[in-house]
Structures are given as structure tokens and as C-alpha cells.
Write a protein that binds this ligand. Structure first.
Ligand code: NDP
Length: 318
């Protein structure tokens, strides 16, 4: 089989062994990709990108050729290129439900969805009536965590970096309260205003100054689910956290997690989330950028909050 792209011709070997040839449709821009640009000596749970090779990231792809005719559309780790020849197909999930936008498999129906679901339920272990705080709440993960918290009967507050996002958190996603962290001179005071009796669960997405302020506002014997620390990814050296002693004085359980440790929950999660999306019980906002050439700037935009919702890049729609 021969596939002609705009730039190159891929000659596919007669026997693909277990490899697959993909046409990439939607790419996901994700904060952790910044860490893959760091030097290999920096502590990380993923390998650094190889200079000269395409960037690797989550995406939705059409299967042009594989040994398994049942695989028509998949999501998983693919290249930032129009076509990818993949030799590790175990990294892909087959897409069975195509009556929802395929792009959703870069986010709410893919790795981001598992992140929010596992992080909130397995690590956060919420109970009805508890007070939940979510940072980077308008991001792909945060918007779902907030809605999960509401569906569980919690009081939920989110922080985000613009008035537009704050309004949408309250009016579209049903957060009880939200604030613009960029306009708050004193994050501790903002949290005290929103949580007069303290926070039971903090879903941590940003780290740094926000984490410090949260530590002061946690209630006794509660938990922090550490999903990410985006405020630190562009720094040469991480900022210090000053209030860690609160972990002891307030007996807080602070636990980091990685989505791929919870992929076994994916089928259960999918069965749960698909009807919620179709029935309009869970909302989802994407920020759609067109064309591979726009992908680098879309990725960079995550670190100033330019994205309004899950940032995706469309390479092709079919
Ligand atoms: P998104 O890419 O959807 O959104 C990121 C948002 O973070 C931006 O839009 C911006 O919004 C906010 N942000 C950027 N810089 C800062 C800063 N310095 N301080 C505060 N907020 C900032 O993010 P995701 O929802 O995909 O990811 C959220 C977090 O979860 C990240 O830390 C990511 O690394 C982590 N993650 C962890 C996973 C795991 O397995 N543990 C899996 C997936 C994600 P704003 O306008 O509000 O500033």
C-alpha cells in the first residue's frame, strides 16, 4: 500500500507485523508535553522527545492499514504529523462509539476523562456534602472534575484565569463559586471567602502559590489529589512550597496519581460518561485550532491560559 501525503510518500511494508498505519485526525495539546521537552536528566515519568523526530502526543486517528480489520478508528499516542506508522499498537484504544464527536476522544472520552474520574473518585474519595476546590478548573480535566463533584452532591469552587472562564464555570458547568486567580491579590483570602469552613478535597492542577494558599485552608483529616502542577512546568527550578507543615498539623493526605495507572477503569468510565454526555448531563468545551502548522502555538498557549477549554488541533476530519 502506498499513501501519498502532501510532503512525502510512505511505502508501507508488505507485512506490517503488529504495526498500524494511521491517518491522524485530531491532536491533543497537553501540559505534560512541556516536560517531555526538558533535558532527559530532569525527573519525569515520561521520556523526553527526540530532537528531529515528530512530537508524540495523544490523538484520534483513522486506521488505514493494520493486521486487525476491526480497528477502524483509534485514540492513543501518535505523531504530530499527517500520517504515522506505528509499531506499538498496544498504546491505542479502539473507538467503538462514533455517535459523539470523535475529537472528544482526545479529552473527555480519553485520557483526560480517566484522569478526572480516577483522580476525583479513587484518590479524592468524595462524600456527598463535602467542599471541593479545583484549580485550572476550566482546563480539560478541571471542567470534568467540577461536574463530577456536583453530580456527587458536593459544594465546588474553581479557579481560572479570566472573567470569561469564571462565568462559564458557574453558568455552564454548575460550579457553586469561581474566582479569577490572576485578579486576587491574596489567594488565601479568596479561599477563605469561598470556603469559610475550609476545604475537604483539593484537586490540584497548578501547584506553586495556589498550593501554598490551599494548605492554609484545608480542614483536618482531608485530602489533596495531586494531578498536575502546570505553574511549575516552564520554570528552570520549581518554586518552593512554604506551608507543607500543614500536612502534619492538619493530618492531610496528599497523593499524586497518573491516569495510566487507572486505565483498567476506562471501560467502566466510558459506560458511565457516554449517556451523561448524550443526555446533556455533562457539558464539555473544546478550543479548536485548525491545521498542523498551528499546533506549536496552540500548545504554547496552554501556559498563558489562551485556551478556553480542551485544546485540540484538527488535521483532518475524516
Ligand atoms: P489544559 O491544557 O486543558 O489547561 C491548562 C490550563 O492551566 C490553562 O488553560 C490555564 O488556564 C492554566 N494555567 C496555565 N498556566 C498556569 C499557571 N501558571 N497558574 C495557574 N494556572 C495556569 O489542562 P489539563 O486539564 O489537560 O491539565 C490540567 C493539569 O492536569 C495539568 O497540570 C496537567 O499536567 C495535569 N494532568 C495530569 C495527568 C495525570 O495523569 N496526573 C493527566 C492529564 C493532565 P487559566 O486561564 O485558568 O490560567
Amino acid at each position: 500500500m502506498e499513501v501519498v501525503t502532501t510532503k512525502i510518500t510512505l511505502k508501507v511494508p508488505e507485512s506490517l507485523n503488529d504495526g498500524i498505519l494511521l491517518k491522524n485526525l485530531y491532536l491533543s495539546c497537553d501540559p505534560y508535553m512541556r516536560n517531555r521537552m526538558a533535558k532527559p536528566d530532569r525527573p519525569s515519568y515520561v521520556d523526553s522527545f527526540t530532537p528531529g523526530k515528530p512530537i508524540i502526543g495523544y490523538g484520534v486517528s483513522k486506521v488505514l492499514d493494520s493486521r486487525n480489520p476491526n480497528f477502524k478508528t483509534v485514540w492513543g499516542l501518535t505523531g504530530w504529523e499527517e500520517y504515522s506508522l506505528i509499531t506499538s499498537p498496544q498504546l491505542f484504544f479502539k473507538i467503538n462509539h462514533t455517535d459523539v464527536p470523535l475529537s472528544y476522544y482526545t479529552g473527555i472520552l480519553g485520557m483526560r476523562g480517566v484522569t478526572a474520574y480516577a483522580g476525583f473518585y479513587e484518590v479524592g474519595a468524595p462524600k456527598k456534602g463535602e467542599c471541593v476546590f479545583v484549580s485550572a478548573a476550566f482546563g480539560a480535566v478541571g471542567q470534568l472534575v467540577g461536574q463530577l463533584a456536583k453530580l456527587t452532591g458536593c459544594y465546588v469552587v474553581g479557579s481560572a484565569g479570566s472573567k470569561e472562564k469564571v462565568d462559564l464555570l458557574k453558568n455552564k458547568f454548575g460550579f457553586d463559586e469561581a474566582f479569577n486567580y490572576k485578579e486576587e491579590e491574596d489567594l488565601d483570602a479568596a479561599l477563605r471567602r469561598c470556603f469559610p469552613e475550609g476545604i475537604d478535597i483539593y484537586f490540584e492542577n497548578v501547584g506553586g502559590k495556589m498550593l501554598d494558599a490551599v494548605l492554609l485552608n484545608m480542614r483536618l483529616h482531608n485530602r489533596i489529589a495531586v494531578c498536575g502542577m502546570i505553574s511549575q512546568y516552564n520554570l528552570q527550578q520549581s518554586e518552593g512550597v512554604h506551608n507543607l507543615f500543614c500536612l502534619i498539623s492538619k493530618r492531610i493526605r496528599m497523593e499524586g496519581f497518573l491516569a495510566f495507572d487507572f486505565y483498567h477503569l476506562y471501560p467502566k468510565y466510558l459506560d458511565w460518561i457516554l449517556p451523561h454526555i448524550k443526555e446533556g448531563k455533562v457539558a464539555y468545551v473544546e478550543d479548536v485550532t485548525e491545521g498542523l502548522e498551528s499546533a506549536p502555538s496552540a500548545l504554547i498557549g496552554l501556559f498563558s491560559g489562551r485556551n478556553v477549554g480542551k485544546q485540540i488541533v484538527v488535521i483532518a476530519r475524516q
